[in-house]
Design a protein around this ligand. Structure first.
Ligand SMILES: [Zn+2]
Ligand SMILES: [Zn+2]
Length: 341
């Protein structure tokens, strides 16, 4: 099969012919229909500090058709359309049985979507509802990340919310916050195309980062609380300094939710959080329920998340687009269609 392989940090992904993956016991072979390009993949292959070994085929936001069954597969047949929760748990510990493979002692990431075929455990596969396309199926993963974060924040009806960054995760947060009853939602985003998407997704207002910077080290106590300050700030950019900015924005006793998954060291001034008695949360991934609820939202007629998909490219163009996405903020979610030329 053809696959886009990570060979060396600082070099483009390499589209090659490699051996077809073979599904093991309890696994299915998925013919990949759509695979979303994720910011995490850009971080994992960072030129200065790659986090995956050479030879890795990335891609964890995928949906496709079951093409072959490993021994003992009893939940799927060839031809079933599935989307994949890209974590490989043991399948039988308490966390796996509760649909929370993130907490399985032997959890491994399940990559492989940047290829014609990928292998997934049958316990990680969900049947795609008839109303959904394979592109919808590949959108479920980022929507589930956003849902998990919004759920962790315990959003109350009418809550004032701020979202830093309108990439796919920030947009997903806007979508869920609006759907779960948020009040005013301010999005902080510098790229006009993404800001426009945020408004269509349900944001009340967008501001450029430069227009609402705060002193991240300020920690004066008391004073009249600002009634317009957000109760919850979602940090969805993942660059150093932005959790401190979020603490600066949040109202006293408010909540900061870190979803940006910044992989480099960051600093903040603890006293600036203490004087507000701010709550900092670092949600991880998703549960099977988050996946099911996200697919359900798409299947029951919520059109907005599909607006995030700004381009779909064949495998041959993936290396070039992957490189471009490191700097280009006019695109949002780009999907790969490995079976198409
Ligand atoms: Zn992702
Ligand atoms: Zn397990």
């Amino acid at each position: 099969m053809r696959a886009a392989v990570f060979r060396e940090a600082g070099r483009p992904l390499s589209v090659e012919t490699v051996a077809d993956p073979v599904p093991g016991p309890g696994e299915v072979l998925v013919r990949v229909g759509r695979s979303g390009i994720c910011g995490t993949d850009l971080h994992l292959t960072d030129a200065r500090d790659p986090k995956v070994p050479p030879g890795t085929v990335l891609g964890h936001e995928f949906a496709g058709e079951v093409a072959a069954l490993g021994p003992g597969v009893d939940r799927f047949r060839c031809g079933d359309r599935v989307f994949v929760l890209p974590l490989r748990g043991c399948g039988h510990c308490a966390s796996c049985l509760a649909g929370e493979p993130s907490w399985c002692p032997s959890v491994q990431p399940c990559y492989g979507g940047y290829a014609e075929y990928a292998v997934a455990a049958q316990t990680s596969c969900f049947r795609l509802p008839d109303a959904l396309s394979l592109a919808d199926g590949a959108l479920v993963e980022p929507l589930a990340v956003a849902l998990h974060g919004v759920d962790a924040a315990g959003i109350r009806p009418g809550a004032r919310v701020m979202v830093q960054g309108a990439g796919p995760i920030g947009l997903g947060v806007v979508f869920w916050a609006r759907r779960l009853g948020a009040g005013h939602i301010t999005v902080v985003e510098g790229a006009p195309a993404r800001a426009a998407l945020a408004l269509r997704m349900g944001a009340s207002a967008c501001r450029a980062p430069g227009d609402c910077a705060v002193d991240p080290a300020a920690f004066a106590m008391g004073g009249a609380p600002d009634p317009t300050a957000p109760e919850i700030v979602f940090e969805c950019v993942g660059k150093p300094g932005l959790i401190a900015q979020a603490i600066g924005h949040v109202r006293p006793r408010g909540t900061v939710v870190s979803l940006g998954f910044c992989m480099t060291a960051d600093t903040l001034t603890p006293a600036a959080a203490s004087v507000k008695e701010a709550r900092l949360l670092f949600p991880l991934g998703y549960s099977a329920r988050d996946f099911a609820v996200s697919a359900e939202a798409l299947a029951t007629g919520a059109p907005e998340p599909r607006l995030m998909v700004t381009d779909t490219v064949p495998l041959d163009r993936l290396p070039q687009v992957f490189k471009q996405l490191r700097t280009d903020r006019t695109q949002c979610k780009v999907m790969v269609a490995p079976a198409e030329a």
